[in-house]
Design a protein around this ligand. Structure first.
Ligand code: GLY
Ligand code: MN
Ligand code: MN
Length: 456
């Protein structure tokens, strides 16, 4: 099992203890999740906050930081002879605990002797088994559980700032992800099935001992944002969106998107939109530095989108008015990006608004802006995705046209010439430094020329 040094985990816990001054904090690790019966499970994925503070990538664990009594305990079973017979010999839990700087391991049956039911800090639970576990421990109903806001805020502020060794891991995952994308570009061709390319993406990833950080989106119907259907035969003239990324053995994610012309060459119509999305992406990245509000970067990207769509005759009118009304949402109904780290949408389980918003900065209800997961000021140490897109969603266009929405701005008859266009998205992962930013990993083909060259 790959771990950082014991010092890393001890420092992380000590920093947390500075923010949560008193009480006890319980972190629940994840359990195996049955696929169709108990012993046949999905790939095990440890909880990211558990990984962050306790590192051990095994099911069935929980851990207590007892600030009042100055002790830390990992609760879990030692491997039995039955375990050894079925899954082989393993390093003992006590030994693994030592490697993450924890001296005490105790059976989970004893957990209620160590907690204080009325004042226990715990995070929101996204798995039902853990919701039930904590509810039974505290004699509460699952829907009455009160996660600790103080703990959520402390964990978010800590996990948001990535250290050098985390950036090294994230760079590794982007570099494997890069290979997945180059492979996909080379494998894409008219007449092939989407799942054939997905197969190549997965093969490349597994050859690096990596796993998916989210289900692969590879589709000629890129206008469907999270399209996990891979059963289309690709046709010359179509565009395929490839949004795929891996996580390393330590759990750090990559999240990259490229858009591929199935025939190996972009048409003029595709070029116009591709150049627009590329300009949105490159100029957004160029602007990134500490102090900048990411919502403003999202809006600047929308401004480029609307300006270029105006040149193409798809929209008309005053750009500032269109921005105010949220016209860009028709073409890009998602946010410009999100934090990334141990989770692809980092810390989303703790509450999106705690991660990307702050007091005085409320979430918009406009299409597009409402899906912006990261809106607040950037800080050195953040890692965010920058992922503008432009899509033509026939059902949405038809609905808005019928409703007369944005009718003073949108040239619907022109937009209807794009109903079979699909969509374009380009996404990179960017580290915010003291002075600016750094795109993680080696460069991944991104300009039209680079993508066409790889496909030749
Ligand atoms: N891969 C999902 C996303 O880009 O947010
Ligand atoms: Mn993505
Ligand atoms: Mn993303």
């Amino acid at each position: 099992m790959k771990l950082f040094s014991a010092e890393t985990y001890k420092n992380r816990r000590n920093n947390l203890k500075k923010n949560i001054v008193k009480g006890k904090i319980l972190f629940l690790g994840n359990n195996e999740a049955p696929m169709n019966y108990t012993d046949n499970t999905f790939r095990f994925r440890q909880d990211s906050s558990f990984l962050y503070y306790f590192g051990i990538n095994l099911p069935g664990l929980s851990a207590l930081i007892d600030i009042d009594n100055d002790q830390e305990i990992i609760f879990g079973h030692e491997f039995s002879m039955d375990d050894i017979i079925w899954i082989g010999p393993h390093e003992s839990l006590a030994s693994l605990a030592q490697k993450v700087g924890v001296e005490k391991t105790i059976s989970p049956a004893e957990i209620d002797k160590y907690i204080n039911k009325n004042a226990l800090h715990f995070l929101p639970q996204y798995r039902f088994d853990n919701q039930i576990f904590i509810a039974e421990l505290l004699n509460q109903k699952t829907n009455e559980l009160k996660p600790s806001l103080e703990l959520i805020k402390a964990v978010v502020s800590q996990r948001s700032i990535k250290t050098h060794e985390e950036i090294v891991e994230m760079t590794k995952s982007v570099n494997v992800t890069r290979e997945m994308h180059v492979t996909a570009m080379k494998a894409t061709a008219a007449g092939k099935m989407e799942y054939e390319v997905v197969g190549k993406i997965l093969e490349t990833m597994h050859a690096h001992n990596a796993e998916l950080s989210y289900p692969v989106i590879f589709s000629v119907n890129g206008q469907t944002l999270h399209n996990h259907y891979h059963g289309n035969k690709m046709q010359a003239g179509q565009l395929a969106i490839n949004d795929s990324g891996c996580e390393t053995e330590m759990g750090y994610a990559g999240d990259i998107t490229r858009t591929i012309p199935v025939s190996g060459k972009f048409s003029q119509k595709q070029k116009d939109i591709y150049e627009t999305v590329l300009e949105m992406e490159v100029s957004s990245i160029e602007s990134l530095k500490p102090g900048l509000m990411y919502k403003d970067v999202h809006l600047s990207a929308n401004k480029i989108l609307l300006t270029n769509l105006k040149t193409l005759g798809l929209v008309t009118g005053n750009i500032e008015d269109m921005l105010e009304e949220g016209v860009g949402g028709l073409f890009m109904p998602h946010g410009l990006g999100h934090m990334i780290g141990l989770d692809v949408h980092d810390m989303e389980a703790l509450g999106e608004n705690y991660v990307g918003y702050r007091n005085g900065l409320d979430r918009s209800t406009q299409l597009g802006l409402k899906s912006l997961r990261m809106a607040k000021e950037l800080e050195a140490g953040h890692v965010i995705t920058v992922e503008p897109g432009c899509y033509f969603i026939p059902e949405l266009i038809s609905r808005y046209k019928t409703e007369g929405k944005f009718k003073e701005f949108v040239n619907y008859s022109k937009v209807e010439e794009y109903l079979d266009f699909g969509g374009i998205r380009i996404e990179d992962n960017v580290f915010i430094t003291e002075t600016g930013h750094q795109i993680l990993g080696e460069a991944i083909p991104k300009t039209r020329e680079e993508v066409e060259e790889i496909m030749r």
